[in-house]
Write a new protein. Structure first.
Length: 523
């Protein structure tokens, strides 16, 4: 059932459920589905509506950005049913054993729920580790991988466009489920802590007209996205002046992302060889991309943070491949009709490249790349642990009546040094391989000169980090907020580290694991 509070003319009696999930993004919807499958009564609260709305998105633009501007705080979030899945690229990569070593959860347990998440999003079950992937896919191992030295190949997976927007898949399933109620345009204003501070009594919600609603549940789960999770915890101050779950001043700390930077453009012979050996594979409908991750040995030898390189393909605007991608992206966002009109004049001319895309995917099991596509080497580096970055509250209020959020994002000297060291490793290897046509960003090898183009990868993590010690974390290994027995957190906000991997698959795995545990607790 779907209820839009924008149409509510007056307050209603308290809404009660077994579990109240705050946020209808990827983590919230995956969790709600798991609970519903276990016959749990679930309410899902979403601040946005069915489509992207300017007023809602404008609230993100009011955030204060300190230090290095964290662009993902403003344009990496979506206030809408489905959350960021409405424009998500659909790429997943399982967490490595090395990255999981710093977590209070065993890698094997994460892998079990990651496999369940793969089935949910309908990607194949091929391994993520390079050697295992090529053996399972019965594909030749690219010779370049051995020549790069001290680099571990890992292989990501891309969902089909038709399944990337969770509103149209998991969300559609939940709307029809008899045990689920979804409330739209329901902005959470406060998590109401009991006087004992040991549990939540309720959640206060407000619609655009200022009408208040009260939601009560046996268990509450905050799945509102990384930045909003910290804001809601810090901003719920009626009972505890420091906020909910913040007795040890840990909420908002340990915020981190991947620092990303294009380091080289590949032309000529270098472009030709890298595309021949490393352009994506297409197997049973799933696209696979190679990631070149620094081995543990290389990182220890050079003192680097976890870092990976990938080949970024940028098709020119108006090309056949670009038009096909734009149409598929519009399909993901539910705007296919409008996109057909916009690109009507380009579609006939794009037909040749569209046919090449389909031909190479079917016959050669590879992704077609046009001759005019820009091919770049891009780095993603994990931030220091603990990160010095932090989410805080500002003094002013936003248009909804909530405290403004402040994101103080720091890029450390060590993170920049990691980018430079990995670039130097690749430069030496490329020279040894005789690759010609690698146009490096010159500042990469100029000590003391700022690197241009550094950004966040829109992979916001942390702020409500998990750990065994309440003095240095916000949630425990079960994702329960320390000291607040009926409040859990789902999402990348709980990640104590991100490694160099993409966060979404692990985020889904954690949501599935949490759903299994909550269902068992409520049975």
């Amino acid at each position: 059932m779907e209820i839009d509070l924008a149409a509510a003319e007056g307050s209603v009696e308290s809404v009660r459920s077994q579990v109240c999930v705050i946020g209808a993004g990827i983590a919230g919807l995956v969790l709600a589905r798991k609970l519903a499958q276990r016959d749990v009564d679930v309410v899902v609260i979403e601040a946005g509506g069915r489509g992207i709305e300017e007023d809602g998105q404008r609230l993100f633009a009011e955030a204060e950005l300190w230090g290095q501007a964290h662009v993902g705080t403003i344009d990496g979030r979506a206030r809408v049913f489905g959350g960021t899945s409405v424009w998500w690229g659909g790429q997943v990569l399982g967490m490595s054993r090395d990255a999981a070593a710093a977590w209070p959860i065993a890698w094997e347990e994460l892998a079990r729920f990651s496999a369940e998440a793969e089935r949910l999003i309908e990607v194949d079950a091929l391994p993520y580790e390079g050697a295992e992937f090529f053996a399972a896919a019965r594909a030749a191992v690219p010779p370049m991988l051995a020549e790069l030295g001290e680099v571990d190949a890992r292989v990501s997976k891309w969902m089909t466009f038709s399944r990337r927007n969770f509103a149209g898949t998991v969300g559609k399933e939940l709307v029809a489920h008899p045990r689920v109620r979804i409330y739209l345009h329901a902005q959470v204003m406060e998590l109401l802590l009991a006087a004992s501070r040991t549990h939540l009594d309720a959640v206060v919600v407000q619609n655009a007209a200022g009408t208040k609603f009260r939601f009560e549940a046996e268990q509450f789960v905050l799945a509102a996205g990384t930045v909003e999770t910290s804001r809601l915890l810090l901003g719920s101050r009626t009972v505890a002046a420091e906020g909910v779950g913040n007795a040890n001043d840990q909420v908002g700390r340990g915020f981190h992302d991947h620092v990303t930077l294009p380091v080289a453009t590949l032309t000529g012979a270098a472009r030709e060889r890298i595309l021949r050996e490393l352009r994506p594979w297409v197997l049973d409908g799933t696209v696979h991309s190679v990631k070149l991750e620094a081995s543990l040995e290389l990182r220890e030898r050079l003192g680097m943070n976890p870092i990976l390189a990938h080949i970024a393909l940028d098709e020119p605007e108006g090309s056949g491949v670009a038009v096909v991608r734009e149409l598929l992206t519009a399909l993901q966002r539910g705007e296919f009709g409008r996109a057909l009109t916009t690109h009507a004049a380009q579609i006939p001319g794009a037909g040749v490249e569209a046919v090449r895309l389909a031909w190479e995917a079917t016959m050669e099991r590879r992704r077609f790349v046009s001759k005019n596509a820009a091919v770049k080497l891009q780095f993603n580096v994990a931030q220091d642990v603990p990160s010095r970055s932090r989410v805080m509250l500002g003094d002013a209020m936003d248009a909804s009546g909530m405290p403004l959020v402040v994101v103080d994002w720091c890029v450390s000297e060590n993170e920049v040094a990691t980018l430079r060291a990995y670039a130097e490793h690749f430069r030496k290897r490329f020279e040894a391989m005789g690759l010609r046509g690698v146009e490096w960003v010159p500042e990469m090898f100029m000590e003391g000169v700022a690197l241009p183009g550094i950004e966040d990868a829109r992979h916001a993590m942390g702020g409500a980090c998990m750990g065994v010690d309440p003095q240095s974390s916000v949630v425990d290994a079960e994702l329960t907020v320390h000291g607040v027995a009926n409040l859990s957190i789902a999402g990348a906000a709980t990640f104590p580290t991100g490694g160099a991997q993409l966060p979404t698959l692990t985020m889904m795995a954690l949501a599935l694991r949490l759903g299994e545990r909550l269902a068992g607790r409520l049975a």
